[in-house]
Design a protein around this ligand. Structure first.
Ligand code: NDP
Length: 479
């Protein structure tokens, strides 16, 4: 067999599917996995695609199997494993070979790795891949960060394997060094918020309206035909319909209410905080997952505190309330996406990436977990208003917020009065209400800060008095 155009290290869930996708699109690929047995097993299961796969059992064999300059995708456990793998690989590579970390790396690690390799003649790409197992196999969304010249060398193969939205490939070069992994991190942060908001709506339907899993599935099925049409709403219906193989209950009802997390949500929140950009939807979602994992504590607390002593949910007309829920979810989703894009805009300025917002929304329209038609609307909004300070002040989204914030307010109020937790939905409402109010309440905070810490303040009239005096010249004494 001729030398491979590309190599891939790591034949776990993502790597093996990505390798099959690459081979299926007509590329010859060399593969290597730390545990040799897995390489053999993978090759045996590759069927017709074996012709374009070169299984390698040693790094020497692997490197020799790839045509120089070699693009090598590393798709292994994120973190130290990637540094170790790069160290093992480095002595075998030549100038212009490209190491492509396709795992869920922290973008700060990507920046460090990029800098470390800068003077070595080797190049580095940090590449975010979204879409899970299915996406990796049949078309993921791919977010590339690195030198533009490195991207042009891998563009063809990456374009061949990416998802397509109406024929348009969901892959793009987004900027240098950590840009691709940063965007992937925020993608995941938005995914956390989106999932949490869906879970809160599910909670209102299950605990407030006492609907069964199948009945809730019907609601999501209807919504998936409307403006909420998305992969996450689609799979919500599917998981709600699944039965338990070990019993007769819906499967979702026997799943423990403890959510896992691997770090990208937390990283999104940390970076948003570092840059002073509110990402309250993602924060609420990460906190909700943490609270969910405190199962034993919550069980003990319920025994001590009991559930809130409130009357049953008062919803009036059920059809009208379901319409409110649909619009409330759309409104909250707008808030979370607006925040995610605002975080990326701030990072773009801070790290000099010049992140293309319409392109990011464009490559998220298919292949990734948050894929939806909604992202097509975001693409259009940022294309038409490239200098908008925030998604929610672009004409199309301002109109949507005005249309849906009423339902969101009614749903949040109803849930709160009914004792149901809706932290992510409420966070979106709080964000809208704060962001649209020209005169807020931080004058009070500034006054307090100046009182106890002489931190100073700016005046509304621009006059040049930046401290107290406090405790003298009381307004009441003057009048
Ligand atoms: P798996 O657990 O399925 O596979 C892990 C792979 O990493 C295996 O090939 C394993 O090799 C290899 N590995 C682990 N430690 C080392 C090491 N020290 N040196 C060399 N190889 C090592 O993981 P996934 O395929 O799910 O994930 C891979 C990456 O993709 C991760 O960064 C993950 O966050 C990211 N990702 C995952 C998604 C998903 O839906 N699963 C979606 C998007 C990104 P061995 O067989 O020898 O153990």
């Amino acid at each position: 067999m001729a030398q491979a155009e590309i190599g891939l290290i790591g034949l776990g869930v993502m790597g093996s599917n990505l390798a099959l996708n690459i081979a299926e699109k007509g590329n010859t690929i060399a593969v290597f996995n730390r545990t040799v047995e897995r390489t053999r097993e993978f090759y045996e299961e590759a069927g017709d695609l074996k012709d374009r796969i070169i299984p390698c059992e040693t790094i020497e064999e692997f490197v020799a199997a790839i045509k120089p300059p070699r693009p090598i995708i590393i798709m292994i456990k994120a973190g130290e494993a990637v540094d170790q793998q790069m160290e093992i690989l480095k002595p075998h590579l030549e100038a212009h070979d490209i190491m492509i970390d396709a795992g869920n790396a922290n973008f700060r690690d990507t920046m460090r790795r990029f800098d470390t390799l800068k003077d070595s003649g080797l190049t580095f790409i940090g590449m975010g891949v979204s879409g899970g197992e299915e996406g990796a196999r049949h078309g993921p969304s791919i977010m590339v960060g690195g030198l533009e010249e490195s991207w042009t060398r891998v563009e063809k193969v990456l374009t061949s394997i990416a998802a397509r939205y109406e024929g348009d490939p969901c892959v793009a070069w987004l900027g240098e060094n950590g840009a691709g992994h940063f965007v992937k991190t925020i993608h995941n942060g938005i995914e956390y918020a989106d999932m949490q908001m869906i879970a809160e709506i599910y909670g209102i339907l299950r605990d407030g309206l006492k609907m069964s899993a199948t009945e809730i599935a019907e609601v999501f099925a209807t919504w998936n035909k409307g403006r909420l049409n998305s992969f996450l709403i689609e799979i919500s219906e599917i998981v709600l319909r699944a039965g338990d193989q070990l019993g007769s209950e819906p499967l979702v009802d026997v799943i423990l209410d403890k959510a896992g997390q691997k770090g990208t949500g937390k990283w999104s929140v940390i970076e948003a905080q570092n840059m002073g950009v509110p990402a309250t939807g993602i924060e609420a979602a990460v906190a909700a997952r943490s609270l969910s994992s405190m199962k034993t504590e919550r069980e003990a607390a319920e025994k001590i505190l009991g559930l809130p002593d409130v009357p049953p949910l008062s919803i009036g007309d059920k059809a009208a309330f379901l319409a409110d829920l649909e619009n409330a979810l759309l409104a909250a989703k707008i808030g979370a996406y607006a925040q995610g894009f605002a975080v990326m805009a701030a990072a773009s300025r801070e790290f000099g990436w010049n992140l293309p917002m319409p392109t990011i929304a464009r490559i998220w329209r298919a292949g990734c977990i948050i894929r939806s038609q909604f992202l097509d609307e975001i693409t259009k909004a940022f294309t038409e208003s490239p200098d908008a300070a925030n998604l929610i002040v672009t004409p199309a989204f301002a109109a949507m917020v005005k249309e849906t914030d009423g339902p969101l307010r009614r749903v949040v109020s109803t849930a709160v009065l009914g004792g149901l937790p809706v932290p992510a939905l409420a966070s979106a409402l709080g964000y809208f209400d704060s962001y649209r109010r020209a005169r807020g309440t931080a004058n009070m905070i500034q006054a307090q800060r100046d009182y106890f810490g002489a931190h100073g303040y700016d005046r509304t009239d621009g006059k040049d008095s930046h401290h107290g005096p406090w405790g003298s010249g009381l307004v009441a004494e003057r009048s």
